[in-house]
Design a binder for this molecule. Structure first.
Ligand code: UDP
Length: 185
């Protein structure tokens, strides 16, 4: 058994857990794409998209960036799941879309990571957003969802080397733009 606090657990996927439909669904989609390529010569590209955020997210989407911004704007407590020490690496939507376009126009055959490698804890994110909204920190800690990964950080060497792609918008700029969007909504 893999211990939830171990290094090994951090990036692992539970094949029968509550997220497994989602996790394994993405994997089987990749396998099927490669079968189509082999059998029918279908032209394929496979992107592995990491956490992405930005304007036009739905306020009730449930993702952490939209939740925290919307809660902050409404003067509600920000919901942090677990102790907030789990990490994610957030990519601004425009960067991600440029990556997808380059991937589509490019010639990489294997699965390609697209995301922003700058890693941050959820607690740091909540502090950052509170700061930008100019409100005092008001967090409520809730139970960590089952099989919530402790760490997410894409290795994007391949996209950098073969597509000359890397994210240009840093988290501060991206969060500002996203806050402005939700403010006007
Ligand atoms: N999360 C949180 N508060 C929220 C929504 C999410 O603390 O209101 C946490 C969630 O448990 C996870 C991280 O933020 O550890 C990212 O969650 P999200 O659903 O945005 O993306 P994913 O889990 O798919 O990486």
């Amino acid at each position: 058994e893999i211990h939830p606090q171990s290094e090994e657990y951090k990036g692992s996927v539970n094949p029968i857990g509550i997220r497994s439909c989602y996790d394994e669904g993405k994997r089987v989609a990749e396998s099927l794409c490669f079968d189509y390529q082999r059998i029918h010569n279908t032209e394929i590209r496979v992107a592995r998209i990491f956490n992405t955020y930005g304007p036009r997210m739905l306020p009730n989407d449930g993702r952490v960036v939209s939740n925290l911004i919307v809660q902050g704007l409404k003067n509600e407590s920000m919901t942090l799941y677990g102790n907030g020490n789990q990490t994610r690496s957030f990519c601004y939507v425009d960067d991600l879309i440029n990556g997808l376009i380059k991937l589509m126009n490019g010639n990489i055959h294997g699965p390609t990571n697209l995301g922003n490698p700058k890693e941050i804890t959820i607690l740091e994110l909540a502090k950052n957003i509170s700061n930008k909204l100019n409100i005092s920190e008001n967090f409520i800690f809730k139970e960590l969802p089952q099989d919530d990964p402790l760490q997410r950080k894409p290795v994007i060497t391949e996209a950098k080397n073969k597509l000359d792609w890397y994210p240009l918008i840093n988290l501060d700029q991206g969060i500002e733009k996203t806050i402005n969007y939700f403010r006007n909504l």
